[in-house]
Structure formats: structure tokens, C-alpha cells
Design a protein around this ligand. Structure first.
Ligand code: SF4
Length: 448
């Protein structure tokens, strides 16, 4: 059980210097107790106090690292029940199931097809992380060979799924360098699986028949010195799965239940008879509150909506996604190319740059920092005013790159053109379209 806010406060310096982001040590202590702050935010905590506070300052749900390479990820580490209270931190990892008796050629084909399922959105690469290799016949050699192939020939990280500790050992030997998640320790094999995970320093999933069973297994494994656990309540019926996910999250966050303070894994592949229903359950579990979901297959139609939902759910609602302020070249613009300007809200940037690219007219796109606000909002908030935009155009250096002095502003910000003209003597301010989809037509007509 963690310390109370008052107990934590007694260990803090009590100088109320405010460097932790809140005005008083008491407020910081309260935030620490409720998991809304991290101890490192106070630079003045003594080593002695730091030791005592370690447990209280540990996240209520332990972040667990899985995998290696470009698809490595962390799961868990969440501090709130609802995204709008703060943010969710570590996106639900997405896995696909493969059986250990799959022949090498089929596995090869599947890995290549799954690897191709990557999507660029708002400057991010959206892709799944894991292949869950399931032992179906106790053949340790086949299990190890498949694990080795997945680990060495694909970017995917692995979940090794077997309850047979000898088969698990063979799998671990084949792919330990990829830091796989071992699934699963159960009441029957907990000693052997716990010992293997501890010896190899690997994360271990725990499966029980219900939450009470999970608590006793989790306590046993933490007693053995294991820290990186992933929980499976054993439920496969949708209502029970959802109830268990919520109960585990609530117990960890609201009751500081350390036995349940770990990320969860759920299996839409075992909850439905077809990929459409699986995808639906996957969507539900991304929102509430699975750390990892396992599907029976990846197709573009099933995976893309899940990855997009995940991006939305795990985006910080208090911090808009932004791109860096500056001059962006689209195509290979030269000194005669048109100059456009917009705000640094990611979505605005990607829509506008996409439309310019689609026009096939090489252009200069100026992106001004408006703290991630869209054109309309930034204009209404005074962050995209004529003075500010004019000053930015002057200092950004675009005048050194073009021979002309024409700049296209978004149609929604037409009213700033007068102030811009005053701020930028000699420049012609052109009002672009309101709707980004009309940019290609606008540029083509201008280019005639
Ligand atoms: Fe107190 Fe530390 Fe915050 Fe300063 S930084 S107010 S000492 S908790």
C-alpha cells in the first residue's frame, strides 16, 4: 500500500519553491500519492527520503518493457481511469497469433504480408508490434524453430505461448535476444515459469481463472522477485473480459492494489468466431484497458482502424499534436515557387502539405508555431494575427529563397491580410481557399 499525501509531505523539503510545477510541497505530495506526479519532478528530495518514497512514487500500474528493435514497446504505466483526467501513456500493443505447426513457407508468407501493414499518419508510423507464437503439440523443436525465424527474419517481437516449461525453455533459447513476453504462468507451472523468467530477465504473463486467482499468482511471483508481469484474468466471454479489465484497472488505481498493478493481456482471437467480431472486441479493449491484444490475423481492413483508434486514444488530450515551426519544401521548389503559410497543428500541416503535393506544383510551406492550434482557433485566440504572421514571415528567411514577394494565407484567416501588408511592406498577400481540398485548383490557376 502506498503512503498517504500527508506521510509523503513529511518527507519532502517543505520549502514550497514551486520547481516541481505546483506551488507547494503539500500539493506535490498529494499529486504523488494519487499517481499524478513523479518523484523526479522535485530536485531537492534527499536520498534517504527518496528511498522511503520509492514505493509511493512508483506508478500504480507498472510499465513493462517488451521486445527489442524498432517494434519494442512499453505497456502499463497508466495513472488514470479516464483519458481526459490526464492522458494514457503506453498504447495497447497489437499481436497476431501463429501456431507452432505452421510450416516455414507459410510462416514466411505471413510475416512478409504482416510486415507490409504499416501506415503513415500525422508523421507517425502506425504498425503492430507482436507475433504470438502458440505451442499446439508440445514439439519443442518446432516451437523453437518458429520462434527463431520470427525473431531473426522479421521486425516483430514475440509472445511465446505455452504452459509447458520445457517447450518454453527451447523457445526462449531461440529468441531471448528479442526479449519476448512469456505466456503464461498458471497455478500448475508457476514455479518453473517464474524461475525461467527470472533467470532470463524476461517479462512474464500470468493467467488464472479469475481475479482472485490472479492476485495469488501475482503475489507469489513478486515474492520470487519478479517485477515485470502481465495479467490475464482467464475470461474469454466479452462481458466478463470487460468487467475484469475495468476491475483490474480500478483496483490498481483506486485501491492501490499492488497485486493487480500490472498491464493486462486480452485475446479477441479467443472471444469471437470471425475477424470482424474480433476487431470489434479489439477496439473495445484498446479503449478499456488492455495492455496487449491478440488477434487471429492481420488484414488492412481489421488492423488499420484499430491502429487509428489507438493513436487517438493514446494521444495526450491536453497537448495538440504539432509539427516544428519552419520552412517546408514540398516537391523541389525554387525561387519562383509559390509560398503558403499555415499553423503547426499536425492535422492542418498534413492535410495542407498533402494537397500541395497532390497539386504537383513544388511549393514552399511556412509553418508557424501556434501552439498546435488549427487556423480558425489560432486566429480566434490571437495567435495567428496579421502582426504575428508578418513578423514570422520576416524572420523565417523565406525572402532569401524566393524572387517574388507573394504569400498565400488560409481563406479562414482572410481578415489578417491588412495587418500583414502593414507588417510586410512590398509583399502581396493572397487569400487562399478555405477548404484545403481546393488548394490544388488554386495553385494551378495561379500558375497559369
Ligand atoms: Fe517542494 Fe520539491 Fe516542489 Fe520545491 S520542488 S515545492 S521542494 S516538492
Amino acid at each position: 500500500m502506498g503512503l498517504t499525501g500527508i506521510q509523503i509531505f513529511k518527507l519532502l523539503p517543505k520549502t514550497n519553491c514551486g520547481e516541481c510545477g505546483v506551488p507547494t510541497c503539500l500539493a506535490f505530495a498529494m499529486n504523488l500519492a494519487s499517481g499524478k506526479a513523479e518523484l523526479d519532478a522535485c530536485p531537492y528530495v534527499s536520498d534517504e527520503a527518496r528511498e522511503q518514497l520509492a514505493e509511493a512514487s512508483a506508478p500504480p500500474i507498472r510499465p513493462v518493457a517488451v521486445g527489442a528493435g524498432v517494434r519494442a514497446f512499453k505497456t502499463g504505466g497508466e495513472t488514470v481511469l479516464f483519458r481526459h483526467e490526464k492522458t494514457f501513456y503506453n498504447p495497447t500493443a497489437v499481436a497476431v497469433l501463429v501456431l507452432s505447426d505452421t510450416d516455414a513457407t507459410t510462416l514466411d508468407t505471413k510475416l512478409k504480408a504482416w510486415n507490409a501493414l504499416q501506415y503513415e499518419r500525422v508523421g507517425l508510423n502506425l504498425r503492430p508490434e507482436l507475433v504470438a507464437l502458440k505451442d499446439v503439440n508440445g514439439d519443442a523443436g518446432a516451437f523453437a524453430a518458429a520462434a527463431k525465424k520470427i525473431a531473426e527474419e522479421s521486425e516483430f517481437n514475440l509472445i511465446l505461448m505455452t504452459e509447458n516449461s520445457d517447450v518454453m525453455k527451447a523457445g526462449v533459447e531461440a529468441c531471448a535476444f528479442k526479449k519476448p513476453l512469456l505466456y503464461a504462468a498458471t497455478a500448475e507451472n508457476v514455479d518453473a515459469m517464474g524461475a525461467l523468467a527470472k533467470e532470463k530477465g524476461l517479462p512474464l504473463a500470468v493467467r488464472a481463472d479469475n481475479i482472485d486467482g490472479l492476485i495469488s499468482l501475482s503475489d507469489k511471483l513478486t515474492g520470487m522477485g519478479l517485477k515485470d508481469l502481465v495479467l490475464d484474468s482467464g475470461a474469454r466471454e466479452s462481458k466478463q473480459v470487460l468487467q475484469d479489465q475495468v476491475a483490474i484497472r480500478r483496483a490498481a488505481l483506486k485501491a492501490a492494489n499492488r497485486s493487480l498493478g500490472f498491464p493486462t493481456i486480452a485475446f479477441p482471437c479467443e472471444m469471437a468466431g470471425n475477424l470482424h467480431m474480433e476487431t470489434l472486441f479489439g477496439a473495445l479493449l484498446i479503449a478499456k484497458y488492455a495492455g496487449i491484444i491478440v488477434l487471429s490475423d492481420f488484414t488492412g481492413a481489421s488492423l488499420f482502424p484499430l491502429l487509428l483508434e489507438r493513436l487517438n486514444i493514446f494521444t495526450d488530450p491536453q497537448r495538440p499534436m504539432t509539427v516544428t515551426q519552419g520552412i517546408y519544401e514540398i516537391g523541389s521548389p525554387d525561387e519562383n515557387s509559390p509560398v503558403l503559410i499555415t499553423t503547426n497543428f499536425s492535422l492542418t500541416y498534413f492535410i495542407v502539405s498533402g494537397e500541395i503535393e497532390g497539386s504537383r506544383i513544388p511549393s514552399w510551406l511556412l509553418i508557424m508555431d501556434t501552439e498546435g492550434l488549427s487556423v480558425m482557433t489560432a486566429w480566434a485566440a490571437g495567435k495567428f494575427s496579421g502582426d504575428a504572421v508578418g513578423a514570422f514571415v520576416k524572420k523565417c528567411g523565406i525572402a532569401d529563397k524566393v524572387k517574388h514577394k507573394k504569400i498565400i494565407i488560409p481563406g479562414y484567416a482572410a481578415s489578417i491580410s491588412g495587418d500583414m501588408e502593414e507588417e510586410l511592406p512590398g509583399w502581396e498577400i493572397l487569400i487562399g481557399p478555405r477548404d484545403a481540398s481546393l488548394i490544388p485548383k488554386f495553385l494551378k490557376e495561379m500558375n497559369k
